[in-house]
Write a protein that binds this ligand. Structure first.
Ligand SMILES: *Cc1c(COP(=O)(O)O)cnc(C)c1O
Length: 398
C-alpha cells in the first residue's frame, strides 16, 4: 500500500507522528477516567483533557469552556442543528443553508423539515460561491439559523463567512459553520467571523478518527442547545459518556501543530497543488478546474477530463494513487456529484472529475509522478475515445 500515492486528504489524513506520541500517555500509564476527580489517575486524565481543550479552543479563537468534544464533524453538525432547533424552534421556524453543504448538514436539515421546520437551500454560483446578498434577501423574522460550509470538501471553495456572519448578527439569527475542511488550514476566529456554532474534526487535520468538536458560543449570545443524548454531565450535558482521552489528547496536539505551521504549510502545499495543475495542463488539452480559482483551499485541485469514461479514468489512476471522484459510486452507474451539479456542470464535466487532495507529507517528486500518471491514463483513454476524436477533428476542421 505504501507504493500507492496518497492524494485523498479531503477524505481523511494520516496521523502526524507527533500526534501519535501525544496520545501515548493516555493509552498506557495515564488511563484514568477524567470523571474520577478524587484520585491521581482521574486528575491526570482531567489535565490531559483540559490541556487539549485549551489547544483546540486556541485554534479557533474560542474560550476553552466553549469547546464540546464529539465523535467528529458529522455528530457536531447534528448536535448543532438538531440541538438549536430543539431549543429555539417554534412552528414555522426557518433554516437557511446552501446546496453544496456536506451530506450531514443537508440530511439533518431534511430531518428537521420532517419535524415541521421550514428549510431553504440557496443555490451557489458556477464557482461554488454563496452570494451574501442572497442570504440577506432570504432571511425573514422566522429565520432561526443559517448554516454554511466554510470550505467545500469536493471543490475547496471558501465561502464569504465574515459577510454572512455579519448578516446573521444584524438579524439576530444563529450562525453555524461546518469547518471540517477549513479548520487547521485557514485562520478561523469565531468572534471576528460572527460564528455561534462551529463543527470540525480531528481526522481531517492529521489527528485520529472518531474525535471532533463543536464550538458553542457562551457570550453575545449565549447559545443553548437541546441535548440529543442523555446520561451524564460530561461536556455540559451535551455529550454525556466517558471522554475519549487518547483521541482528545491527539486532537489537541493536532490543533497546536496546525496553528503553529499553518502559514508555512499552506505556502508549501499551494505550490505543490499549483505544480500539479500546471504539469497536467502542459501534458493535456481540454482540462478544467472545478470550483473557485482563488477562494479555494490550498490543498484542493478538482479537475475534469472530458471525453473519457469517468469510471475507466479512476480505475486507471487507482493503480498508483488514492484520489477520489466527484461521483458516488454506490452502484455500477456512477452518479454525478450533487456539488458539481449545483455548479451547473453538465455530465461531460461532472462525470469525468477527479479530486486531488494534497497534504502535509506529499513531496514534489510524488506530485510529478502523479501528473505523469494522469497524463498517460487520460491520453490513452482519449486515444480510444470516439468522442475525443470527434472533438479533435471538429477543432481541426473549425
Ligand atoms: C469529513 C467532513 C465531515 C464529516 O466529518 P466526520 O468527522 O468524518 O464525521 C463533515 N463536513 C465536512 C465538510 C467534511 O469534510
Amino acid at each position: 500500500m505504501n507504493e500507492i500515492l496518497y492524494l485523498d486528504h479531503h477524505a481523511t489524513t494520516p496521523v502526524d507522528p507527533r500526534v501519535f506520541e501525544a496520545m501515548r500517555p493516555a493509552l498506557t500509564g495515564e488511563y484514568g477516567n477524567p470523571s474520577s476527580a478524587g484520585h491521581a489517575f482521574g486528575r491526570a486524565a482531567q489535565k490531559q483533557v483540559a490541556d487539549a481543550r485549551a489547544r483546540v479552543a486556541r485554534l479557533i479563537g474560542a474560550d476553552p469552556q466553549e469547546v464540546i468534544f464529539t465523535s467528529g464533524a458529522t455528530e457536531s453538525n447534528n448536535v448543532a442543528l438538531l440541538g438549536a432547533a430543539g431549543h429555539y424552534a417554534q412552528p414555522g421556524s426557518h433554516i437557511l443553508t446552501e446546496a453544496t453543504e456536506h451530506k450531514s448538514v443537508l440530511s439533518a436539515v431534511r430531518h428537521l423539515e420532517g419535524k415541521g421546520l421550514c428549510a431553504q437551500i440557496l443555490p451557489v454560483d458556477p464557482q461554488g460561491l454563496l452570494d451574501p446578498a442572497a442570504v440577506r434577501a432570504a432571511v425573514t423574522d422566522r429565520t432561526l439559523l443559517i448554516s454554511v460550509l466554510f470550505a467545500n470538501n469536493e471543490i475547496g471553495t471558501i465561502q464569504p463567512i465574515k459577510e454572512i456572519g455579519r448578516i446573521a448578527k444584524e438579524h439576530g439569527v444563529l450562525f453555524h459553520v461546518d469547518a471540517a475542511q477549513a479548520a487547521g488550514k485557514v485562520p478561523i476566529d469565531v468572534n471576528g467571523l460572527g460564528i455561534d456554532l462551529l463543527s470540525f474534526s480531528a481526522h481531517k487535520m492529521y489527528g485520529p478518527k472518531g474525535i471532533g468538536a463543536l464550538y458553542v458560543r457562551r457570550k453575545g449570545p449565549r447559545v443553548a442547545l437541546e441535548p440529543l443524548f442523555h446520561g451524564g454531565a460530561q461536556e455540559s450535558g451535551l455529550r454525556p459518556g466517558t471522554l475519549n482521552v487518547p483521541a482528545i489528547a491527539g486532537f489537541g496536539k493536532a490543533c497546536e501543530i496546525a496553528l503553529a505551521e499553518m502559514e508555512d504549510e499552506t505556502r508549501r502545499v499551494r505550490a505543490l497543488r499549483d505544480r500539479l495543475e500546471a504539469r497536467i495542463r502542459e501534458g493535456l488539452t481540454e482540462v478544467y478546474v472545478n470550483g473557485h480559482p482563488v477562494e479555494r483551499l490550498a490543498n484542493n485541485l478538482n479537475m475534469s477530463f472530458p471525453y473519457v469514461d469517468g469510471g475507466s479514468l479512476l480505475a486507471g489512476l487507482w493503480q498508483t494513487m488514492a484520489v477520489s471522484s466527484g461521483s458516488a459510486c454506490s452502484s455500477d452507474i456512477p452518479e454525478a456529484s450533487y456539488v458539481l451539479k449545483a455548479l451547473g456542470l453538465g455530465p461531460e464535466r461532472s462525470g469525468t472529475s477527479v479530486r486531488f487532495g494534497l497534504g502535509r507529507f506529499n513531496t514534489a517528486g510524488e506530485i510529478d509522478a502523479a501528473a505523469d500518471r494522469v497524463i498517460s491514463v487520460v491520453t490513452e483513454l482519449r486515444a480510444a475515445s470516439p468522442l475525443f476524436q470527434a472533438w479533435k477533428s471538429g477543432r481541426l476542421a473549425g
